[in-house]
Design a protein around this ligand. Structure first.
Ligand SMILES: [Zn+2]
Length: 465
């Protein structure tokens, strides 16, 4: 009987998702609309509602689970975790519960919030990501994505605080990597890794004060690749006495809207022709010193013009150096529950010792492992606190064999409403792995793991140590 129940529990959690996930994947991956911007919300359901509709139509998913999924999402907004960008973490989804986290970030107008979600090949399901603008105490949704190997780029329209909520679709299983980054609106147009290649700024005097510098100069070795700062059509490739070999591009934002003209000058050579479309980041030429830069070291003169305004300073759009992409941490393997082997260990508000202490955990206490960010683990304690634990301080639960004084029910999860796996008679010897809130994780001699939920205070149930 024990074996059968254990087998049933395993089978349930592994087989239920398949139909659902296939359905979700066929609808959303990967050619689907990756981002729903505010302007599109009138025409499209936000991704959460799309997922909820698919779940509602799946006869194997109980309606109460969809309600739980939605209420967990609402609850998460009030438990946000401040993080600094760039930030990345890896999720390992294995438990029947879905996982949800809300990041609290400050974003700058004119820049782009860039998010990647990568799913390991063996994983199934996905993560719904939503961006909320904080208007006083209210959350206003501004973008959302159902992320299955997607990249979400969202132009930041207002400087201020935002909440970014990520929630796994019910029954998702496996490893997912998530990254958040704030980027400048333009790709830095020269492929140089020098941190100070911008040497001549917008507005400085030229020709003895007769005119002003209508761009920025980015210095790099001759033949360094020049890349398109935005998407858009190449409108002109030509040579002139001042600009030398130069390119004009009609820039477009991520939604294809025109944003102005981009001017790349003093090139050594080009590899595009007028009338062709280029994606941002595509090489369009190389750095030289043609035109009136013939007596100056090679550099790109980069200009940005808008029809109604004229020349604009490109620096707030490019930043002063090339963006370093963040690495998605990958390849970790952890158990769902971890503990510590010291009397008291600090749990911090963020993934470094610079962050304040959020709470402490003690030996014998289990925490639910939710994600890893570099050398830090994002965990949830038995009383619901979310924080970060240094990976070096995490240990597998210590095992202690104890005979049960009374008969006990073993449940599938530490939640009192979870299904009962087995009832154990008084005197049954079980291995106790630790305590999570008022529940104890135990393992029977047949290898069945489950939770005994204590109705009294947990401290009085623990043997003195
Ligand atoms: Zn210049």
């Amino acid at each position: 009987m024990i074996r059968l129940l254990a087998l049933l529990a395993t089978t349930l959690s592994l087989t239920l998702p398949v139909g659902l996930t296939t359905e979700l994947l066929s609808r959303y991956a990967p050619h689907s609309l990756a981002v729903t911007a505010l302007s599109d919300l009138r025409n499209h359901y936000p991704q959460r509602q799309q997922v909820a509709r698919v779940l509602a139509n799946d006869s194997q998913i109980a309606p109460s689970r969809i309600n739980d999924w939605e209420s967990q999402a609402r609850q998460s907004l009030s438990e946000s975790l401040p993080v600094e960008l760039p930030y990345s973490e890896q999720w390992l989804l294995s438990k029947p519960e879905t996982q949800v986290i809300t990041f609290d970030v400050t974003l700058t107008k004119g820049r782009i919030l860039e998010m990647f979600n990568q799913r390991q090949p063996s994983a199934i399901g996905g993560i719904v990501i939503e961006i909320f603008e904080l208007v006083g105490e209210r959350h206003r949704i501004v973008a959302s994505a159902n992320s299955v190997d997607t990249q979400l780029r969202w132009p930041i329209t207002r400087t201020g605080r935002y909440h970014i909520r990520a929630q796994s679709i019910p029954d998702s299983i496996g490893a997912f990597a998530l990254s958040l980054d704030e980027r400048f609106a333009f790709e830095f147009p020269v492929a140089t890794d020098s941190p100070n290649s911008v040497k001549s700024l917008f507005g400085v005097a030229r020709d003895g004060g007769k005119r002003k510098h209508h761009g920025i100069d980015i210095f790099a070795k001759r033949h360094t690749p020049i890349v398109a700062a935005t998407d858009g059509y190449i409108s002109r490739v030509a040579t002139s006495p001042r600009g030398g070999l130069h390119i004009w591009q009609r820039g477009s934002d991520d939604y294809g809207n025109p944003i102005g003209s981009l001017y790349y000058a003093h090139l050594e050579d080009t590899n595009v022709t007028a009338g062709t479309w280029v994606d941002r980041g595509t090489q369009i030429g190389t750095v030289g010193n043609s035109g009136n830069a013939i007596s100056t070291p090679p550099h790109l003169h980069f200009g940005f013009y808008q029809r109604s305004i004229g020349p604009l300073d490109p620096l707030p759009f490019t930043g002063s150096a090339r963006h370093t992409p963040i690495a998605l941490s990958n390849g970790h393997r952890w158990p769902a529950w971890v503990s510590v082997d010291r009397e008291l260990v600090n749990v911090r508000k963020g993934p470094s010792t610079d962050h304040a202490i959020e709470t402490t955990i003690s030996r014998g206490e289990l925490v639910s492992l939710q994600a890893a960010s570099n050398d830090w683990l994002r965990i949830r304690t038995g009383n619901g606190t979310i924080g970060f634990l240094a990976e070096s301080l995490a240990h597998p639960p210590a095992i202690k064999s104890t005979p049960l004084p009374d008969s006990e029910q073993v449940q599938i999860s530490p939640s009192p409403s979870s299904p009962v796996l087995i009832e154990l008679a008084p005197g049954t010897v079980v291995e106790q792995l630790g305590r999570f809130g008022n529940a104890r994780l135990v393992e029977t001699d047949t290898g069945l793991q489950g939770w005994i939920i204590d109705s009294v205070k947990p401290a009085s149930d623990e043997p003195a140590s």
